[in-house]
Design a protein around this ligand. Structure first.
Ligand code: ZN
Length: 351
C-alpha cells in the first residue's frame, strides 16, 4: 500500500479589520490553556504594532515576552527555540513582514510549540505555508517547519505597510502559474508525486488575483483582502501537497539565484514576478499577459525597475538550475548564457 499522505492545516485563519486589537480574544478561542506567549518581531514593528498586540493578549490573561530578530538565520531561530523551551513558553508568535515569521515558525517547530503567524505585510505566501526560508541552510530555499496553528491578518495594519511590499505579494501569487506547470512537467517526465488538488488550489490563487487585478491595483481594503486570501490559499496548497512544489517552480529558482547573487537583492515577490514572465515564455504561455498584470499593479518587469544590472539577470537565469534539485522547464542542465540572454531580451526584461 502507498505511504499515507499526512496533511497539517492551520487551525484558524482570521482576516479583517482591527484583528490585532482583538488578538487576545481570537487567541483565547484557539489556545484555552496556553499562558505564556513569546512574540518574535523586528525593530520597526515592535514600535508600531507590538504594543497593541501585547495589550490585547495581556487583557485576556496571557503573559507576553518579546524578542527582536536581528537576522533571519538558522542560528537565531535555534536560539529562539532554546529560549522558548527554557522559559516554558506555550506559544511562539511571528509578528512582521517575513523575517520574524520565518524565524518564529522554524523556532516553534524545533521547540515543539504551537505557532501563530501575524503578518504586517502581504509580501509573500510564507505567512501561511509550513516552510521557512532562513539563511544558514546553505541555499536560500525553504525548509519544512510547521503550519501555523493560528493566522491573524489585520487588513488595516497591512494597508499601512510600504506599498512595495504588498505589490511584491502579487508577484509571488502570479508565480503559481509557472510553478504548477513545472510541477506537472516533473510529474510527466520524472514521475514525481503530483497532487492535482493542491495544484488546482495554487493555480486558483493566481487566477483569482489575475481576475481581480483592477481591485488590487486600486489598493482598496477589498483589493488587499483578495490578495491576502490568495496568499493564504497558496500557503494552504503547500500544506496539502506537503511540499512547496505547488507554489515554487522555475520562477522561484530564478528569484533564489538572484538573491544568492546580489548583496542587496530586490524583494522576493518582485523577482518571482519577473521570473514568471520569462518562464511563461519558455512554457509557451501568454507571457505578455503576465507582464501586463504585473505592470497594472505597479510591479517591476525589467532589470532596470528591479534595480539590477542586465548581466545579473542573465547570470541568475544561468545559475537557477543549480539552486536546488527540482526539475522544471529549465531541464537538468539549465540555460546557456546565450539562451538566457535571448530569453531576457525577448521578454523585455533586459534591453
Ligand atoms: Zn515565494
Amino acid at each position: 500500500m502507498a505511504r499515507p499522505h499526512v496533511i497539517d492545516l492551520p487551525r484558524r485563519i482570521i482576516v479583517g479589520g482591527n484583528v490585532i486589537e482583538e488578538a487576545g480574544f481570537h487567541a483565547r478561542r484557539v489556545m484555552e490553556k496556553e499562558e505564556k506567549v513569546l512574540v518574535v518581531t523586528g525593530p520597526h514593528v515592535r514600535v508600531l504594532v507590538y504594543p497593541a498586540l501585547k495589550q490585547s493578549l495581556e487583557d485576556e490573561g496571557f503573559t507576553v515576552w518579546v524578542r527582536e530578530v536581528k537576522a533571519p538565520t538558522v542560528a537565531e531561530a535555534d536560539e529562539v527555540a532554546e529560549e522558548a523551551i527554557r522559559d516554558g513558553v506555550d506559544v511562539v508568535v511571528g509578528l512582521g513582514g517575513g523575517k520574524a515569521i520565518d524565524v518564529a515558525k522554524y523556532a516553534a517547530a524545533r521547540a515543539g510549540k504551537p505557532f501563530a503567524s501575524i503578518p504586517t505585510a502581504a509580501s509573500h505566501d510564507g505567512i501561511t505555508s509550513p516552510f521557512a526560508s532562513l539563511r544558514g541552510f546553505g541555499k536560500p530555499v525553504s525548509r519544512p517547519a510547521k503550519a501555523p496553528d493560528l493566522i491573524l491578518i489585520d487588513v488595516d495594519v497591512i494597508a499601512k505597510a510600504p506599498r512595495r511590499y504588498n505589490i511584491a505579494g502579487f508577484g509571488d501569487v502570479i508565480g503559481k502559474f509557472t510553478a504548477v506547470l513545472d510541477w506537472k512537467l516533473a510529474h510527466k517526465l520524472k514521475g514525481e508525486y503530483y497532487g492535482a488538488y493542491a495544484a488546482s488550489l495554487a493555480l486558483m490563487s493566481a487566477r483569482h488575483v489575475a481576475s481581480h487585478v483592477e481591485e488590487i491595483a486600486s489598493w482598496t481594503p477589498e483589493g488587499l483582502r483578495i490578495l491576502l486570501e490568495a496568499l493564504v490559499s497558496s500557503g494552504v496548497a503547500m500544506c496539502i501537497a506537503g511540499s512547496s512544489r505547488p507554489a515554487s517552480g522555475s520562477e522561484h529558482l530564478f528569484a533564489h539565484a538572484m538573491t544568492m547573487l546580489h548583496p542587496n537583492p530586490p524583494l522576493h515577490g518582485e523577482l518571482v514576478g519577473v521570473g514568471t514572465i520569462m518562464m511563461s515564455y519558455l512554457h509557451g504561455k501568454n507571457w505578455r499577459k503576465i507582464r501586463k498584470l504585473l505592470k497594472r499593479v505597479g510591479a517591476p518587469v525589467t532589470a532596470k525597475e528591479l534595480g539590477v544590472r542586465d548581466v545579473d539577470i542573465i547570470e541568475a537565469l544561468v545559475n537557477a538550475v543549480k539552486v536546488r534539485d527540482r526539475y522544471t522547464i529549465l531541464g537538468e542542465k539549465g540555460l546557456t548564457w546565450e539562451a538566457a540572454e535571448r530569453l531576457a531580451r525577448t521578454t523585455g526584461v533586459i534591453d
